[in-house]
Design a protein around this ligand. Sequence first.
Ligand SMILES: C[S@@+](CC[C@H](N)C(=O)[O-])C[C@H]1O[C@@H](n2cnc3c(N)ncnc32)[C@H](O)[C@@H]1O
Length: 319
Amino acid sequence: MSETFTTEESSRPATGGDAAATGARRADGEGVDGGVGLTALLVAAARAIETHRHDSLAQDVHAEHFVRAAPACADWPVRVAQVPEGDDNPLWGRFARYFGLRTRVLDDFVLGAVHDGVRQVVLLGAGLDTRAFRLDLPSDCVVFEIDRAGVLAFKQRVLTDRSAAPRAKRVPVPVDLRADWVTALTSTGFDPGAPSVWLAEGLLFYLPSRAETYLIDTVDRLTTGGSALAFEAKLEKDLLAYRDSAIYTATREQIGIDLLDLFDLGPRPDSAGHLTARGWSTSMRTPFDFTRRHGRGPLPEPNDALEGNRWVFAHKPGS
Ligand SMILES: C[S@@+](CC[C@H](N)C(=O)[O-])C[C@H]1O[C@@H](n2cnc3c(N)ncnc32)[C@H](O)[C@@H]1O
């Protein structure tokens, strides 16, 4: 099945192989220097900061190099010591720690699946995720990285400049997840007949609701027993009610990213319930559960933009 989903503000064409080939940014904002692509750099900066913490939850030696290579974030910090208020800064303190915790939790999820024998990893909205380079993956593992062409072209340029070598086979799949991404994935060697582990980390709330439903249906269709999926959801009914929260305000005012402007604000599908109805075993956790487990990370606060965030872990039973 081939479908394309758009929102009113994003009704531009959705694919862009030329940009991948040339490394050029497309005029429609497909690179990392604006729009939703810039959020990939926000997470990279957070991971750079996390990497250099004395009590780091996740290490990513490539993260700061993405930040330094992009003119759009030349003055962003890559160490918490570079932030005048340090951890009291809502963006580079609490929010960055949130991304560090999320990285660690999903690292563990992928490694758990690989430990159970899965050899295909699919990163949906991969952004500047370097799990193919960082994680202790077996060499017969394949990591498929799906994102828009301009984002993956920037990522490749930085990694090539660093002569970075992946630990597993890495397959960039430049495609827009509002378009027919199934053909793009399966034509690069993904095998629906073998178990796979999928991540949608910091992605679904940027997609139109129908694209999310299509994504979840498609993951179900392309997976066999023994596969796993983790994704992040936001349960708030009205995201705009948190517009003045410390995190959204700091992100908007300090680095010019208005997350609420990038999120799709329409009603969200119940993707966890959908998977459960299809026989998957699912569990839903708050980030704060993992803060308590690891002894570090964000805790609830008043008017909290993270209040509705949930991490969903789903497993498809083996046949
Ligand atoms: C917040 S970043 C998260 C990146 C990565 N998963 C991580 O956690 O580091 C969101 C990513 O989703 C990607 N994205 C958003 N909408 C997309 C779409 N329609 N198709 C493909 N990728 C998309 C963006 O380009 C960006 O890289």
